[in-house]
Ligand binder design. Structure first.
Ligand code: D5M
Ligand code: FE
Ligand code: ZN
Length: 679
């Protein structure tokens, strides 16, 4: 029995399993029987089978006491203690279940035998049928008619079932009309979102991870975060096994943790904790996208799971899981990645969420003001927990609660360090709008040569200078950029920058992370600048990737250029370029620096999702939008540093008013921030 067989059998029974538990079972001399024993004895309230549920002792004892191991379904087992399993009275039922279990396993070994399955609920519809290759984002297909039918059905079920009359009236009136609208809206969105991905995705693929219901839908095109759907084949088996569970639940997978951590000792030491530099494995293959989303899901869902008792989505399809012991509607929770969002004509929100076992549609009524306001801020691809009741037909969840991973209230302010860190970004050396006079004043300040004594006093305490991207203006970044360049050669731009950085006193440890104007790949995470460029800079400069998590002598700072801020401004109500720290706050609540895939941030699908904010840092430092912002959220300091570039022609056209030559200086002991002006 290999990993995949174990996982499949577990999921088939409505559970999930940790990689450690899979390992333990695999190591047993009788994995199949051990798994049957675990499934027959595990408590009903367990959702994820962990190593502690692998009761090897009990298993051995049961073998000697009762001979062959029997099993029963998890729905009925909770009252049966393991020591009762040998009771002869249980045998007939047990042997029936063993047979069922065996045939399930057999079926799993012959995936071709799956021929039909319930279609997934609200999906982005039939466009995916017509041209599967170009719509990798769209979930399993279903015509818009059947979508509206099934929604109106489920809404009317819910009317008799669980929703108050006044609400259900308005909902059932509106939804069937509106869904086809919203579906076509969401389809066109999905298409544009997925364009960039489509080239590298082959047309016919297997479900790489979980066989679940959706993998049985043999006629459907590949389409989801987790590679649900389409005909199972064995061609991807080796790579499936390689990647299965590789990063499950770890903030820093052990294999990459040690390789990645770089300790740079000295008077002002720096430890680079997480950085893509030298670790990119991405070649743009389909499996890498699946693994990327799987890592994102497993790590973010783990954070939510600490506060929510969630079930696998597939289990919602079983009536017994949806109903309480009295047969009435029960509130249940699921955790998934948001895969499409639309609004009904009556203004309710419908979105789909997907986990590795399946996808489900969720409705948020606009009468629930607080919840609706939260739902209006939902972003595609963010991972959330949803609590609610499922309609009678098992097709729609009526949500009562949404939970983002967020920062736990219990996160304590860390003890901090001493001295100060100066945070800057968007220097844009080489641009004709580069404000050299202000910049030279700033360098004088760092050298302790300011006119003001106060400034000299602050300068004396500076230990770190952090640059969050766009060190130079680059070339060919936007149309007609050369009209606004003083230095037309990108290497010359870096040579000039290096000259400036040689002015920075040696004891100040400088950390430079790239941005979208720098000479590294545009896809994020971006590696550090290449050696050829770094070589010109003095030895007190450390180059890191974008993003990078860095420890400054006890203070953790997450550095990210901030390209996703453009997306957040465009899609989250109330987030603006004038208050960029508000955008960073939205990232923090989602514990992700670039929640939406495939928009302005071009994300490279690496094994590990480098954008996940875990652990929670003391400081998040961003730039990119050329405006200044400072906020605090639950002991995390959020700083967006401004720029050293005056308004460009492009920025004039889009009415972007930069805030140049203002420098946030953070006290590393108490996280107090002072803004110094050099204009
Ligand atoms: O980005 C500075 C800001 O200007 C940032 O908010 C993006 C915006 N910007 C700059 N160029 C473009 C183009 N071509 N399209 C849309 N938005 C843009 P920076 O990275 O410093 O150029
Ligand atoms: Fe910039
Ligand atoms: Zn930028």
């Amino acid at each position: 029995m290999n990993e995949i067989d174990i996982v499949r059998a577990v999921i088939e029974e409505g559970y999930q399993i940790s990689p450690q538990a899979v390992e333990l079972i695999k190591l047993s001399n009788s994995p199949e029987n051990l798994l049957k024993y675990i499934l027959s004895t595990i408590d009903d309230c367990v959702f994820v089978i962990e190593p502690e549920h692998v009761d090897l002792k009990g298993f051995e004892t049961s073998k000697t006491v009762s001979g062959p191991i029997s099993g029963t379904s998890p729905g009925t087992v909770s009252q049966i203690a393991p020591d009762k399993i040998s009771s002869p009275a249980l045998e007939p039922a047990d042997s029936h279940i063993v047979k069922a279990f065996d045939s399930a396993l057999d079926a799993l070994k012959e995936p071709e035998s799956f021929s039909s399955v319930e279609p997934d609920m609200v999906s982005s519809a039939d466009v995916s049928d017509s041209n599967p290759e170009t719509k990798p984002y769209i979930l399993s297909s279903q015509g818009s008619d059947s979508i509206s039918d099934s929604i109106s059905d489920s809404i009317s079920d819910s009317v008799s079932d669980s929703v108050s009359d006044s609400v259900s009236d308005s909902v059932s009136d509106s939804v069937s009309d509106s869904v086809s609208d919203s579906v076509s809206d969401s389809v066109s969105d999905s298409v544009s979102v997925s364009d960039s991905v489509s080239e590298s995705i082959p047309g016919s693929l297997s479900n790489p991870f979980y066989p679940s219901a959706s993998s049985r839908s043999v006629d459907k095109p590949a389409s989801s975060f987790f590679g649900h759907a389409v005909s199972p084949s064995t061609s991807n088996r080796a790579s499936r096994e390689d990647s299965l569970f590789s990063n499950h639940g770890n903030s820093f997978p052990s294999s990459s943790r040690n390789e990645e951590v770089r300790y740079l000792p000295g008077r002002n030491p720096v430890t680079v904790l997480s950085d893509i530099t030298g670790h990119s494995t991405c070649v743009g293959e389909y499996m890498q996208f699946v693994q990327y989303f799987k890592d994102r899901y497993s790590r973010l869902s783990e954070i939510i799971r600490g506060r929510m008792n969630a079930r696998p989505i597939e289990s919602l399809k079983r009536r017994s899981f949806r109903r309480g012991s009295d047969g009435n509607t029960e509130e249940i929770s699921i955790i998934g990645m948001v895969s499409d969002i639309s609004t009904t004509t009556n203004g309710h929100k419908i979105f789909s969420i997907e986990d590795p076992t399946g996808s489900f549609s969720v409705l948020i009524r606009n009468s629930d003001k607080e919840l609706f306001e939260l739902a209006s801020r939902l972003l595609l691809d963010e991972v959330i927990g949803v609590t609610g009741s499922v309609t009678n037909d098992g097709k729609l969840m009526l949500a009562t609660k949404l939970l983002q991973p967020d920062v736990p209230n219990s996160v304590q302010r860390r003890t901090g360090s001493h001295g100060k860190a100066v945070l800057i970004s968007d220097v844009h050396v080489g641009s004709s709008q580069f404000l050299e006079d202000s910049w030279l004043d700033f360098l004088d300040f760092l050298k302790g040569e300011s006119d003001s004594e106060d400034m000299r006093e602050i300068a004396a305490q500076v230990r770190y200078l952090v640059v969050a991207g766009d060190l130079v203006d680059g070339i060919g970044i936007y149309p007609d950029q050369e009209m606004e360049l003083d230095i037309l050669d990108v290497y010359e731009q870096y040579r000039k920058a290096a000259e400036y950085f040689r002015e920075v006193p040696e004891h100040i440890h400088v950390i430079i992370s790239p941005g979208n104007h720098d000479a590294v790949r545009q896809a994020e995470p971006q590696p550090a600048l290449p050696e050829r460029i770094c070589a010109d800079f003095p030895s007190n400069v450390t180059f890191v990737g974008n993003p990078a998590l860095v420890d400054l002598d006890g203070v953790r700072i997450l550095i990210y250029h901030g390209r996703s801020i453009d997306d957040l401004v465009a899609s989250v109500p109330g987030v603006s370029y004038q208050e960029p720290a508000g955008a960073v706050l939205e990232m923090l609540k989602r514990r992700h620096l670039a929640p939406t895939y495939g928009s302005r941030v071009s994300i490279s699908p690496e094994k590990k999702d480098y954008f996940i904010i875990d652990p929670v840092p003391d400081i998040i430092h961003t730039g990119h939008v050329h405006t200044l912002g400072v906020q605090r959220y639950k002991n995390v300091l959020l700083v967006n540093s401004g720029t050293w570039q005056a308004q460009t022609e492009f920025q004039k056209r889009v009415n972007l008013m930069p805030v140049p030559a203002r420098v946030p200086v953070v006290d590393l002991a108490d996280f107090d921030v002072k803004i110094l002006a050099f204009d």
